[in-house]
Design a binder for this molecule. Structure first.
Ligand SMILES: Cc1ncc(COP(=O)(O)O)c(C=O)c1O
Length: 379
């Protein structure tokens, strides 16, 4: 018997809702022909400012450049240390290394999966002991839940560090009444297709309330331009968001709040069905997760078998992330906040992400849960 496989993220269900409006937007761009920094780019940036409450939004080509450009704007250089979690996607630390600076890896909290403030303190001490200058913290909002910014910001300011929020997975969420995009000196997000706000290719954006930072970011985006792109006042990049992608995002942003509410409903349903069987995600009080992922923990010795059994049932799962960065070949020589990062190392062995998107219905989730519970018992 062939089993019908569920999608992990159902982008076609979203197309059924707003596909026509997106296609019309794409056609408008094809016809007006302003493919680079066309009117949709400006409009999207204004919409993103309004949605987040940030003063400035600079759209860019992808989330990785969104993380790198603020570091460039602040003149990050060799000898500088940037504290970041190890349990994250490579881009978070990669951009620090691009500039010859040193990422210092910090452990995460076992419940939120986000930066552990006690480990951050240890990381700052380790950086200093190694003769590095700690200058910044990149906090990651893993799986959509904002990091614990009140505590992180107070540690950072006590040590004279500035904070960047890696909100690649959390745009649309909120931390204690502060919307993502308004936290730290600067916030970077990604519009990779699978993100809560995703486009039809690569895209990203940077948010800041700092006027000087905004001017430099706009310059960096187009080869360090001054009065125009043939006046080069600093070393920059080509990091523009395509007008076509802006047209897609304008339509998707209109339904983002509704989609996040729908993701939250789906997360609550998983919670009710799974809370007595496996450790489930915990969202801190007064925080809104964008629910980029719904991630549970399963016994390390059984995970491979669980994944295989669920696959046989037509239920896709993902492991984000199978190896923390400090154990990756490219990153293993960078300093750690302590003697190993035990929580990151354990989570990498136990996490399992289940299908999550705004268009999940109860029967589909019951099928996912039944498959997981059976796999847990039989694996
Ligand atoms: C936490 C995190 N940071 C950064 C990125 C990089 O974004 P992009 O793939 O758009 O370059 C991603 C997404 O893939 C991510 O999940």
């Amino acid at each position: 018997m062939t089993v019908h496989s569920l999608p992990f993220i159902d982008l076609q269900a979203q197309r059924a809702r707003i596909g026509e409006a997106i296609d019309a937007g794409l056609l408008r761009v094809a016809e007006h022909g302003q493919y680079i920094l066309g009117p949709e780019v400006k409009l999207l940036e204004a919409d993103l400012c309004q949605h987040s409450g940030a003063k400035h939004c600079i759209s860019v080509a992808n989330g990785t450049e969104a993380l790198a450009m603020p570091l460039m704007a602040k003149g990050l250089r060799p000898g500088d240390a940037v504290l970041c979690p190890s349990f994250t996607f490579a881009a978070t630390a990669e951009v620090v290394a691009w500039l010859g600076a040193t990422p210092v890896f910090v452990d995460v909290d076992p419940h939120s999966f986000n930066m552990d403030p006690a480990s951050l303190e240890r990381g700052i001490a380790v950086a200093k002991a190694k003769g590095l200058r700690p200058v910044a913290v990149i906090a990651v909002d893993l799986f959509g839940q904002p990091a614990d910014y009140d505590v992180i910001e107070s540690i950072a300011s006590a040590h004279g560090l500035w904070v960047m929020s890696d909100a690649a997975q959390s745009f649309g969420g909120a931390y204690k009444g502060r919307k993502i995009g308004t936290i730290g000196l600067v916030t970077a997000t990604s519009f990779f297709p699978s993100k809560p706000l995703g486009c039809y290719g690569d895209g990203g954006a940077i948010f800041t309330d700092d006027d000087d930072m905004a001017v430099i970011l706009k310059s960096l985006r187009v080869h360090g331009q001054g009065t125009d792109k043939y006046d080069n006042v600093r070393i920059g990049l080509n990091a523009r968001l395509d007008t076509m992608q802006a047209a897609v995002l304008i339509e998707k942003l209109k339904i983002l709040s509704d989609e996040i509410a729908q993701r939250d409903t789906a997360a609550q349903r998983y919670h009710t069905m799974l809370k007595d069987a496996v450790p489930v995600p915990r969202i801190a009080e007064s925080c809104v997760s964008a629910w980029a992922q719904y991630t549970v923990l399963v016994p390390q010795s059984k995970r491979t078998a669980i994944i295989a059994r669920m696959k046989d049932d037509g239920v896709p799962t993902m492991v984000y992330y199978p190896k923390p960065l400090h154990q990756q070949t490219a990153y293993r020589d960078f300093p750690l906040a302590g003697n190993g990062l035990p929580v990151s190392e354990r989570l990498a062995q136990e996490v399992l992400s289940l299908p999550m998107h705004p268009y999940l219905d109860a029967p589909t989730q019951e099928r996912v849960v039944a498959s997981l519970l059976r796999a847990l018992k039989e694996a």
